[in-house]
Structures are given as structure tokens and as C-alpha cells.
Design a protein around this ligand. Structure first.
Ligand code: PLP
Length: 457
């Protein structure tokens, strides 16, 4: 077989890919008909494909490349760490310097009451850890019946059996016998789609109070925790009404329920603060982290754990749980360098002062487009909802997502990576996006919306 490199013709790469590579969240048979887009290089906010096309990546990969592509410092740190100590584990009373240094840095960045981290290879694994950690914590405190975890419909918490069960995605639950027992669900705070005649404020309270009703139904002594993303990401960048999180916090405090903030997307600057919990004034007991922790340059995730939980768990003997790659030295070194760059270059502060307000203004102006029923944005994650009837907040009658799919394909043609979730188009660009990049993003988005309008209505 020829050596497989970037220099092979695209069609040949696509044929090999379709023949041997099973992709996540993809209908494999489609790949044989229409090959996958082959990405060969990236720099800053720009991707290059195997035909030399360049695209502005308004999704930062999968919501993760917060510092942008092409930072050689991370490559150098990874190479140096591979030479020094490519692997060692952190089981059975061993550790290594990258894990020590990253843990200390995370304790410094996290809210004051959170000073502990349990590593994982990904956000999904970290959420699996959370399921076991909160149940173990309550058992160690003499409350072994507190096991049920309450989550939300249309939440995304990963793809492992535990993560996908915590998530509330019906399409995922339909495959593989999910969810596992011991998870309960309440409705999501999606005012546009589900708010009816309520004001966003009243709707936010109504949805938060479903948590209190669910706790009453299950019995407080049976509930371990509530888990939620500060802003639902994969569900379609659903920004909660302002009344939602304060009420959720009140309910968790009143009923002795742990609060797990899944910060896998919201963490590391995405919402304009280090953590989404700070943006929404949430006081979590556990925060799930991944993605922006290493800006996606190396796989790593983890659970940031409050001192109260760590104290109980640390004094309860062995926690019989761990992954071969817990705190992997290369990933930890890369993450630490990523955090150094985010902090020393003031990437979050700069984005807050310049690009985020500029992007918010331009993004909200998309509401004037005939196809757009609602715009949402917080920090650098945003959504627009396409509708055939703005005043009725009506969804398209075609199969859910068809219009979104059409729009996404026009975006690609126009050199813009946006994702669609049903009729919602979403963005989550690198935090290093500049105001002139915003102009390009908006120009290409408007062109794609115009083409979608012409084709789909
Ligand atoms: N939690 C949230 C909020 C996510 O958005 C994701 C991934 O998109 C995950 C967990 C799962 O993370 P991973 O894909 O690293 O397993």
C-alpha cells in the first residue's frame, strides 16, 4: 500500500477513511457516498482541508481549542515531557511532577472552596467518576440511600454509559439500553421552544422548581446530586433565563443535594470567566472539566472536587476507581502550558474587553434576518434559531434539523464551520478570535442564511 500522507488525493483519502474508519455521531454508510472532509492543518482560527480550502472554525474544533491552533509552546512541552517521562501512573501512592503542578494550578483557578482534582481522560470519564464519587461520598457519610442523580432532558454529559445516561438526549438513550438506573430527569430551561406564554423569568423559575418537585417525589434521602451544564452546549447553546440558576442553587442548598456543574464546555473562559459557575454565580460541589483544559491539544479531563467532599472521600479508605491515563504526564504538561498561556496572555480578559461584546452586538443583529427567531450569546458561545414564523416561535415542519443541515452545508461552502442542532445554528469559536474575524464570521453566516432562506422556504 502507498504510504498514506497529506499528499494523497482527497478522493483516495476519503475512500480509505470510509473503508476502515467508523466515525462518532455519523451514519457510516453516508461516508461511502460523500466522503468525509479531510482536515490537514490549522492555525489561529483557520482550518485547511486536503483541497487547500480554508475555513474559519467557529466551533473551536469541538468547543475546545480555546487558545487557537498552532501554538508551538504546547508542542514543545509535549515533546520535552515525552523525553523526560512519557508515562507513569498515579495509582498506589505514586505521582509525578506534571500532575502535581497541574493540580496546584487548578486549585488556584477554581473557586476558593474547591482545591482537589481527580483526573480522567475525557469529560465523559470524569462524569462517570462523578457518579461513583457522589454515591461513595454519601455512603461514607452514613447516608447510603442518597444515590439518585437528577439531570435534565436534552443535557449532554458524554458518551460513556454513565455519561450518556446522565445526559438527557433521547437519540442516545434509544441506542444501547440506556439510561442506567438511578438517574432522573427534569425539563430543560429552553424558553424559546418550551416557554409558551410565560415570560422568560417566570419560565426560568418554573423549570428550576421542577427540581424541587422531583426531589419531593424521589425523597430527599434518596437524592445524591443534581448535574447540569451552566449553559447547555450540545443541546443547542441554550442560555437559561436569569432566574434559573439562583433558584437551582437555593433548592440544592435547602435539600442537602450536591450540585455538579458540568464545565466541560463552559470552563476555561468560554463564558467570559474562568468557569461558567462564576458567570452564573453558582456554588458547585463538583465541576467536570475537559476540552479547554488543554485547548484540545492533548486528551485530559477531570473532576474538581470541593474540600468538604475530598475530606470525606480521602478519609474513607481506598476509592476503588481509576483510569490508566489519570493525570497522564504529557497531557498534564500540555494542560499546564495551555493554562499559562491563557493566564499570562490575558486571553479571557482581552476577549471580554474586545471580541465578546463586539461579537454579541453583531450576533444579536442577526435577529433582523427573516429566518431568525431568536439569538442567544454568552461570552463566546452562541446560537441562532431558524423559524418559518417569527411571531409564533414556530419550528420548521420538515424533519427536525433539515434546515439546519442545509445551512451548515452552505456555511462549509462559504468557508465557515458552524454546527447545527435541529433548527439552531451554534458557534463556540476560539477565544483568540479578533474583531475582524467576527466581521468575516458574520458576513459568511449571513450569506449562508440567505442561501438557506432561498432553498428551504
Ligand atoms: N460534558 C459536556 C458538557 C460536554 O459538552 C461534553 C462533550 O461535548 C462532555 C461532557 C463529554 O466530554 P468528552 O467528549 O471529552 O468525553
Amino acid at each position: 500500500m502507498n504510504k498514506i500522507t497529506n499528499h494523497l488525493p482527497t478522493a483516495e483519502l476519503q475512500a480509505l477513511d470510509a473503508a476502515h474508519h467508523m466515525h462518532p455521531f455519523t451514519a457510516g454508510a453516508e461516508l461511502a457516498k460523500k466522503g468525509a472532509r479531510v482536515i490537514t492543518a490549522a492555525n489561529g482560527v483557520t482550518l485547511t482541508d486536503s483541497d487547500g480550502n480554508q475555513m474559519l472554525d467557529a466551533m473551536a474544533g469541538l468547543w475546545c481549542v480555546n487558545i487557537g491552533y498552532g501554538r508551538k509552546e504546547l508542542a514543545n512541552v509535549a515533546a520535552a515531557q515525552m523525553e523526560q517521562l512519557p508515562y507513569y501512573n498515579t495509582f498506589f501512592q505514586t505521582t509525578h511532577v506534571p500532575a502535581i503542578a497541574l493540580s496546584a494550578k487548578l486549585a488556584e483557578l477554581a473557586p476558593a472552596h474547591i482545591n482537589n482534582v481527580f483526573y480522567a481522560g475525557s469529560g465523559s470519564e470524569a462524569n462517570d467518576t462523578n457518579i461513583r464519587m457522589v454515591r461513595h461520598y454519601w455512603a461514607a457519610k452514613g447516608k447510603p440511600t442518597k444515590t439518585t442523580i437528577i439531570s435534565r432532558k436534552n443535557a449532554y454529559h458524554g458518551s460513556t454509559i454513565g455519561g450518556a445516561s446522565l445526559g438527557g438526549m433521547s437519540g442516545m438513550h434509544a441506542q444501547g439500553g440506556l439510561p442506567i438506573p438511578g438517574i432522573a430527569y427534569i425539563d430543560q430551561p429552553n424558553w424559546y421552544a418550551e416557554g409558551g406564554d410565560l415570560s422568560p423569568e417566570d419560565f426560568g423559575l418554573e423549570r428550576a422548581r421542577q427540581l424541587e418537585l422531583k426531589i419531593a417525589e424521589l425523597g430527599e434521602d434518596n437524592v445524591a446530586a443534581f448535574i447540569a451544564e451552566p449553559v447547555q452546549g450540545a443541546g443547542g447553546v441554550i442560555v437559561p433565563p436569569a432566574t434559573y440558576w439562583p433558584e437551582i442553587q437555593r433548592i440544592c442548598d435547602a435539600h442537602d443535594i450536591l450540585l455538579i456543574a458540568d464545565e466541560v464546555i463552559c470552563g476555561f473562559g468560554r463564558t467570559g470567566n474562568w468557569f461558567g459557575s462564576q458567570t452564573y454565580d453558582i456554588r458547585p460541589d463538583i465541576m467536570t472539566i475537559a476540552k479547554g483544559l488543554s485547548s484540545g491539544y492533548a486528551p485530559i479531563g477531570g473532576s474538581l472536587i470541593s474540600d468538604e467532599i475530598a475530606d470525606v472521600v480521602n478519609n474513607a479508605g481506598d476509592f476503588n476507581h481509576g483510569y490508566t491515563y489519570n493525570g497522564h504526564p504529557v497531557s498534564a504538561a500540555v494542560a499546564l502550558e495551555n493554562l499559562r498561556i491563557l493566564q499570562e496572555e490575558k486571553i479571557i480578559e482581552t476577549a471580554c474587553e474586545t471580541t465578546m461584546p463586539y461579537l454579541a452586538e453583531k450576533w444579536h443583529a442577526l435577529a433582523d434576518h427573516p429566518l431568525i427567531g431568536e439569538t442567544n450569546i454568552v461570552g463566546m458561545m452562541g446560537s441562532i434559531v431558524m423559524t418559518p414564523d417569527k411571531s409564533a416561535r414556530a419550528p420548521f415542519k420538515s424533519d427536525a434539523g433539515t434546515v439546519g443541515f442545509i445551512c451548515r452545508e452552505f456555511c462549509f461552502e462559504n468557508g465557515l464551520v458552524m454546527r447545527h442542532v435541529g433548527d439552531r445554528m451554534i458557534i463556540s469559536p476560539p477565544l483568540v478570535l479578533t474583531t475582524s474575524d467576527v466581521d468575516v464570521l458574520i458576513e459568511r453566516a449571513v450569506k449562508s442564511l440567505d442561501q438557506t432562506l432561498a432553498k428551504a422556504t
